[in-house]
Design a protein around this ligand. Sequence first.
Ligand code: FES
Ligand code: FES
Length: 156
Amino acid sequence: MPRIHFRLNGVETDIDADPDSSLLAALRGPLGMTGPHFGCGSGECGACKVIVGDHAVTACDTPLWSVRDKNVTTLEGLGSAEMPHPLQRAFIAEQALQCGYCVSGILMSAAALLMQNAHPSGADVKAALDRNLCRCGSHNRMVRAVLRAAVEMAAP
Ligand code: FES
Ligand code: FES
């Protein structure tokens, strides 16, 4: 089995796996990252999103070979219970989740947006979250939470 190397949440990582298998399978399986969720499995729902470089991608249809030597960030690399990311604090403050199944992917899409645009408009946030499905209808609170985090992160 070929060895694939990449940086996972800042840690140099090697995995022996089929290069054509999905990034999500590697993350949730041998690499033990359960932050990215399995939803549709076909790039439609966004529950599995991770950040590669500074772009949010759907890990379920991203082949492992395509992240060779790249930086991959999952929810586990965003923040922790002890040191939450501003987005995570803002989602709690705005009560921007219900079942929470979609939220890992939403946070990663939002984090990638804020890496590229520190001062997003509401329209920018909606566009960034457009490919993330939430069946609980928390969308408006999520947009408010992302804008709240952006303000906090841009504060001097
Ligand atoms: S599980 Fe990857 S987009 Fe739905
Ligand atoms: S909070 Fe339940 S699917 Fe989004």
